[in-house]
Design a binder for this molecule. Structure first.
Ligand code: THG
Length: 372
């Protein structure tokens, strides 16, 4: 008798799946019901290549929610807590999608194409949400998940590599701006974006049958830059203060409690879900702030541990004043650093706090994000 365990059609493989296996992928997680490679077995080397060279990432799981049709502008604006009235074709923006009480539902990159929009989403079901909202509001739109899979090229040498592939015009692309292009005959959208602070691009593959071909072309062009396979890097993203949706925020967090205050427009004519609630949050101030923690003393390796739960952050009097969602040893800072949601009053008072580490309680200083 054979017992089948593991993969099922419920968990989707990416167009680059075989390529990542060939490259030696060693661990996956599931994101938007799709496999997301986590490591190729050498996290330290992957961090080094990301911060000094160039890496290739299978981030197909950043799925697109496409909105097209006569009411696409109005529908996308209604779904987005940011004024989109000046957004241009070819432009991307980091946006918050919120519910009616201003809770953050997703933090996608929004791309405005010629005749449609793509919400390039984090890990929550926005296809369902967008369809429901569009239908209830009577918007004349079509909402779907298109055959689009981003391939990340991240690191300081990414620009030279992508210029070798597509031409020097890519050097003129501003952050989150993009352009449709072809590589050989593979249709892609080239966007200056990616979930790292090291610079880079994402090639949004528009034909899942060509995953191997695209990966191999990038790899071949990357050989002269010593390209390596990698993935969204936990240490680098903590140093860079990038929000991991679902990990750093709780289901009831508003965007101001997730460090997204700068990307939310409340003083605008634009009409969107959650606007009144967010106006109140801005007027009253959020209850919590998303901040960095620097643990006192040098990073020893003993106090950065995998966090399976948000762990309590306490005041010196022992009161719980927040929760920590990530903790890593930072090679750049030589310190153990964390990310936490902490009561605004405590942050504003500037008091030190305490976190429980495997080696006992550690005092920490609150700091603004990003660290680096
Ligand atoms: N690329 C694409 N889709 C994505 C992600 C991505 N979907 C899921 C997830 N990542 C969305 N979340 C983020 C979070 C942060 C950033 C991008 C996507 C980001 N932020 C910069 C910052 O906060 O410093 C820049 C923000 C700005 O200045 O506008 O890059 O990575 N396709």
């Amino acid at each position: 008798m054979t017992i089948n365990v593991g993969l099922s059609p419920r968990i989707r493989k990416t167009p680059f799946h075989n390529a990542t296996l060939r490259a030696g992928v060693e661990a996956f997680t599931v994101y938007n019901k799709m496999l997301l490679p986590l490591t190729y077995g050498d996290l330290e080397g992957e961090y080094r290549k990301l911060t000094t060279g160039v890496t290739i990432w299978d981030v197909s799981c950043e799925r697109q929610v496409e909105v097209s049709g006569p009411d696409a502008d109005a529908c996308v604006q209604f779904l987005t807590a940011r004024d989109l009235s000046k957004m241009k074709v070819g432009q991307g923006k980091y946006v918050a999608m919120c519910d009616h009480d201003g809770r953050l539902l997703n933090d996608p990159v929004l791309l405005k194409l010629e005749d449609r929009y793509w919400f390039s989403i984090a890990d929550s079901d926005m296809l369902m949400w967008a369809r429901a909202v569009a239908a209830e509001k009577g918007f004349d739109v079509e909402v779907c998940e298109p055959d689009v899979s981003p391939l990340g090229i991240q690191g300081p040498k990414a620009e030279d590599l992508v210029a070798d592939l597509f031409g020097d015009w890519i050097r003129e692309l501003r952050y989150f701006w993009f352009k449709p292009a072809e590589l050989k005959d593979i249709p892609v959208v080239v966007c200056r974006s990616g979930w790292s602070k090291q610079g880079g691009f994402e090639l949004f593959l528009q034909d899942s049958a060509r995953g191997d071909d695209l990966w191999d072309l990038v790899w071949a062009a990357g050989e002269k830059y010593d390209i390596g396979p990698a993935a969204p890097n936990h240490i680098e993203r903590v140093e860079g203060g990038l929000l991991s949706f679902g990990g750093d925020n709780t289901p009831d967090s508003n965007p101001l409690e997730c460090g997204m205050g700068g990307f939310v427009d409340v003083d605008t004519d634009a009409d969107y879900i959650g606007k009144a609630a967010l106006q109140r949050v801005v007027a009253d101030g959020p209850e919590r702030l998303f901040v960095g923690l620097i643990l006192d003393g040098d990073a020893t390796g003993a106090d950065a541990w995998p966090l399976e739960h948000r762990t309590p952050v306490r005041s010196s009097a022992g009161q719980e004043v927040g929760t920590m969602s990530a903790i890593v040893d930072s090679p750049v800072m030589g310190k153990t650093i964390g990310m936490a949601q902490i009561q605004r009053a405590v942050v504003e008072a500037g008091d030190p706090v305490t976190v429980e580490s495997p080696s006992g309680p550690r005092t920490a200083t609150i700091t603004q994000l990003p660290f680096v």
